[in-house]
Design a protein around this ligand. Sequence first.
Ligand code: SF4
Length: 328
Amino acid sequence: MSAQRDTDGRIYRYRLHGLAFKGEGVHGAAATWIVTAPVARAVAVLERCQPADEPYLFAHPLKSANHQRHHVAGRVRTSATTIKDITALAKWINSYCAVHSRVDAIPEDKGRLPRLTPRQFRRTLAWFIAHRPGGTIAGALQYRHQRIQMFEGYAGTSDSGFRDEVEAEEAFARGQFLAEMGADDDRPALTGPAGAEAEARLAEFARHTVFDGQVVTDEARLRRIVARHDTHVYPGTFITCVYNPDRALCRSREASAGQPVMADCQPQACRNTALASANRQALADHLARLEDTLAAGDRLAPYVRHRLEEQHRATAAFLTRHTPEIAE
Ligand code: SF4
């Protein structure tokens, strides 16, 4: 594990170094993962649970029966013991929830906790990165920072296929969200430079996903449709990206042309920008927050105040330009 620090000595990135085996043959290949601070802490705890000469993070813990039985260098936890660990973790979470009267325990299936394999566990994590409980897209919300850190901004040399799983779940979450939009005849139209194109893509998508005013409810079928008819429309908090690689301003030369790099979005200049009503509301809320901050402007450094004033002016003009006039 190594940590990178800024000029003030604050850690801003952890790198985990190891061997990746997936698709790499029996000897593995040197790999680096970018991890978050809680992961770095968990790794440090695991390292302390093992003797200094133990090369494996997931070797059997020193005092465990497995360690006594298999104390041979190279003995690590198998898939079967990992399944037991995941089940033990789920049990611990549920007893914690019971003790603290929390309602977000892991749901049981026919009176028993689900027994997850490592693959199912990974897919569950991918689902939670891509979805918000209750439906829509979460990628832009609670896991956004971690996602950018791991996958977009500072990609490591190996991602063990997890990135593909997260991207597949994100594409499906996006497809579900857009299918619901396409089925809603009463919603306000998207505006902005790419508003008309967004509406055209949504209408085309709805031809495959909406029947008798209802979105396809069979998940497997909807997954197939979404995979086959990607709209390349990416809903975000402040804008909806109607992706067209030739016009994208966010793409660095190294980035794949397949999808936008939302972290580098230039919404006010890019012609792929569209605004849904939720985006317009988010921009209006952002403007209100800027106004609150500027109201106490004499406490701000002149440079900061100047930048905020500029941001306020540009955002207000952008919003006015792309807010539809309400018919009298
Ligand atoms: S700059 Fe923004 S709107 Fe333009 S393609 Fe990139 S993410 Fe989409």
